[in-house]
Design a binder for this molecule. Structure first.
Ligand code: FAD
Ligand code: SF4
Length: 500
């Protein structure tokens, strides 16, 4: 009998290693590695979503008639070896991992027979071929159009539906002030599997953070499909215009909260994209919303996956801005700061292992960039804290897009901004101890102070970047730069001490 080994982010019946298997031909192996679980601190919901997802998938395969080996072992390799010895398996079929480093390691595991990863619409070799045809930068917008055409998504023949490829300019509205309601994700009732997984976590994960599991995140394809159906009916029609906004009254606005389900394999990107396109073609969703959402999936998501593999494992080690600050206490404790925007984002991470894109990029990432938080420490913190984390998605998003630690390989200019941007796009500043317009003095917004200090510190590096000429011209006009830099030094000390 053939063994099929399912990894924790391959939780779908149709993955390439399993799609043709039947209970007569194959036994299915799941390995829970206790050394991996014990190697770092984890958000309780993050570790629960993966283990409960694996467990539910294992049980559904048992119901289908498969002989399932649910194995708790010190390491993955040891688990596979013990399985092979017990069942006399000569080879173990496993789908290529999405994670860059794990992909390198898996082929080295004895007796493994690797099938191609089919959880992305553009494989890493297709991406490499596309990248090889580019004469200049690997721009997301070019990749997105390449994907639209080759996948025939939102196309009228050879032209984009509606005549435009990208309707993002319609999607940058400020937060609405009308107190409207945003469709909230449903909770899934807790059951025996959740109890079993909570006990497993108590036993094998010594360092847990964050709130207890409350059923917010889907842990099976069926639950994920329910969430997708709700998204299509209620969220997608609103998706887009307020994508960049942050509101204290809603942690999700019109974000879909689908990333963990897609990254763990419970939903297949093709199905998600097809459903969104259908919703547009049925007249249920405006084009700007459907296009904006589809761009996130076939554009951004596939682009970062492609880049992560194209640039390889060492990409995650970049630190071109020589950033050395450890993770500040404010990221681990929402009460360790008076910065309302940061405290709100961190409270969301504590409560549900989630912050939406703009909170990740323009609050947490921006602060880390400006203050000089070490990119590898930031990646590690996000990896253990976020419900949807994975190395392929974090390396380009954290090291590249957010912290500009790759020296501009991914983003032509750093996503750096002072408090004015957060003030424009959120309602956080109103109740804050700091003032987004001030750059010096005890009430100065730390983002505003650190923004000018960041530009001054890296002026030489950015001088030849024409996209930075305007901010640098602003820097040269500052009459109080020494006072700003003095305040910036205080701010960084306070941030590191948890007193900001
Ligand atoms: C610093 C930083 C760290 C991030 N870390 C992660 C991470 O660990 N895991 C993760 O999946 N995403 C990550 N992202 C990307 C993005 O923020 C999340 O995918 C998104 O916030 C998930 O919430 P959602 O499902 O509600 O997304 P929505 O706003 O509803 O977007 C829909 C979907 O588009 C996809 N998507 C959108 N933007 C991106 C992107 N930049 N990269 C990859 N997929 C994208 C996701 O699958 C997402 O579910 C990160 C972004 C930044 C700036
Ligand atoms: S004033 Fe500054 S720190 Fe306070 S909420 Fe606004 S941007 Fe954040």
């Amino acid at each position: 009998m053939q063994t099929v080994w399912i990894l924790g982010d391959q939780l779908h019946r149709d993955v390439s290693s399993l799609s043709a298997a039947t209970p007569k031909t194959s036994r299915v192996l799941f390995v829970v590695s206790t050394s991996f679980l014990g190697s770092r601190s984890w958000h309780r919901q993050r570790v629960h979503v993966v283990l409960a997802g694996m467990r539910r998938f294992a049980l559904s395969l048992e119901q289908e008639g498969f002989d399932v080996d649910w194995r708790i072992a010190n390491s993955m390799g040891e688990g596979v070896q013990a399985h092979c010895e017990q069942f006399g398996s000569r080879s173990v079929r496993v789908m290529e991992p999405a994670d860059v480093r794990l992909r390198g390691a898996i082929g080295k595991i004895d007796r493994s027979e690797v099938t191609p990863n089919d959880q992305f619409l553009c494989s890493s070799s297709q991406f490499a071929q596309w990248a090889g045809t580019r004469k200049s930068r690997l721009r997301m917008e070019d990749f997105y159009r390449f994907q639209r055409v080759r996948l025939d998504v939102l196309m009228d023949g050879s032209e984009p539906v509606g005549g435009q490829w990208n309707l993002d300019h319609e999607n940058r509205e400020r937060p609405p002030k009308d107190g409207r309601a945003w469709p909230a994700p449903s909770l899934y009732p807790l059951d025996e599997v959740d109890k079993e997984i909570s006990a497993l976590i108590d036993k094998y994960v010594p360092k847990v953070t964050g709130a207890a599991w409350n059923g917010l995140w889907p842990t099976s394809s069926a639950q994920a499909q329910q969430r997708l159906n709700k998204v299509l009916a209620e969220v997608l029609p609103k998706f887009g215009p307020h994508e960049d906004a942050m509101l204290s009254s809603s942690w999700h606005l019109a974000h879909t909260a689908l990333s963990s389900s897609i990254n763990l394999g419970m939903l297949r990107p093709h199905d998600v994209v097809h459903a969104a396109e259908q919703a547009y073609r049925n007249g249920h969703v405006p084009l700007a919303s459907a296009e904006g959402f589809i761009r996130q999936i076939i554009g951004w998501r596939e682009y970062v996956y492609g880049l992560a593999h194209y640039w390889g494992a060492s990409y995650a080690d970049h630190n071109q801005l020589n950033a050395t600050m450890p993770i500040p206490p404010a990221f681990r404790d929402a009460n360790a700061t008076r910065m309302v925007c940061v405290s709100q984002a961190v409270a969301g991470v504590e409560q549900r292992a989630y912050a939406h894109h703009i909170q990740r990029l323009m609050v947490l990432g921006n602060l880390a960039l400006l203050a000089g938080v070490n990119p590898q420490a930031m990646t590690a913190w996000m990896r253990e804290s976020f419900i949807d984390s994975a190395d392929w998605v974090m390396a380009p998003n954290v090291v590249g897009m957010s912290l500009h630690a790759d020296g501009g390989m991914m983003a032509t200019k750093p996503y750096a901004s002072g408090g004015a941007y957060i003030n424009k796009m959120s309602d956080s500043c109103k109740g804050c101890a700091y003032d987004p317009k001030l750059r010096t003095g005890a009430k100065a917004c730390p983002f505003t102070t650190l923004y000018w200090d960041f530009l001054a510190r890296h002026e030489d590096r950015f001088r030849s970047n024409h996209r930075m000429s305007q901010p640098l011209a602003g820097l040269r006009r500052l009459s109080d730069l020494p006072a700003v830099q003095e305040r910036a030094a205080e701010v960084k000390q306070m941030l590191a001490a948890g007193t900001l």
